[in-house]
Design a protein around this ligand. Structure first.
Ligand SMILES: [Zn+2]
Length: 223
């Protein structure tokens, strides 16, 4: 069991070029850490990482103190964030050599990220060819296509079906009439297509004109 006691003063920069949001990382030796994502207009975001000392409980009230360098902590986090999507997965996080990433470090990360995203898209294309089912396309694959600005037939989630309030049958969004029980779900639309008689034009304006001095309820009766 290791617990944090103190931190070293030197920091390294964990750089993130992806707009992906990750839940905070947890380690017993530093607690919880939020990884910054670039805001719109920013090419990258830096999360400063500090080293720390951890205590290892050896039992019998004996503890062993050992340092974990900032570099080790940062590399550990980068590995975890990048590696959660199978072999060769990369999500745009790396440890910069200096306090800020160099152009070549950024270019390298962008290249690796795009390579990974193109692989995801290729696998989604293959899946789509086989199944034509958008259910088999992962969020990660969709995000990759959007980030690379590619139009794909599998990019769109079919709208989930709604439920008819009368018969509880699954129906499409925006239908005027339930095809199962015939309930009018959108009167205006149904009237537009002659499925129900057009509503009589409201007399609100006339009611207002000659409705002076009348209460709201009286005006309602006029209509
Ligand atoms: Zn119905």
């Amino acid at each position: 069991m290791a617990t944090a006691t103190s931190t070293e003063t030197n920091t390294v920069s964990l750089v993130n070029i992806s707009t992906e949001k990750w839940p905070p990382r947890h380690r017993t030796y530093f607690g919880s850490l939020e990884i910054r994502s670039p805001q719109s207009g920013e090419a990258y975001a830096i999360t400063p990482i500090r080293g720390c000392k951890a205590l290892m409980d050896l039992g019998d009230k004996r503890v062993m103190e050992f340092p974990i360098t900032a570099q080790e902590v940062a590399e550990d986090i980068a590995r975890e964030l990048n590696g959660d999507s199978g072999e060769g997965s990369f999500h745009g996080v790396f440890v910069a050599v200096g306090p800020a990433p160099t152009e070549s470090e950024l270019a390298d990360a962008r290249r690796r990220l795009e390579e990974f995203q193109r692989r995801l898209i290729a696998s989604a294309d293959l899946e789509w060819e086989r199944t034509r089912n958008p259910m088999f396309i992962t969020d990660l694959e969709r995000r990759a296509a959007r980030q690379l600005g590619l139009e794909k037939p599998w990019l769109y989630d079919p709208k989930p079906l709604a439920e008819c309030p009368v018969c509880a049958e699954k129906i499409k969004h925006g239908v005027a009439v339930c095809k199962s029980c015939g309930a009018i779900l959108d009167r205006e639309k149904a009237a537009q297509y002659g499925l129900v008689p057009q509503e009589k034009p409201r007399r609100e304006s006339t009611a207002k004109q000659d409705g002076e001095g009348k209460t709201a309820q009286e005006t309602m009766k006029v209509i």
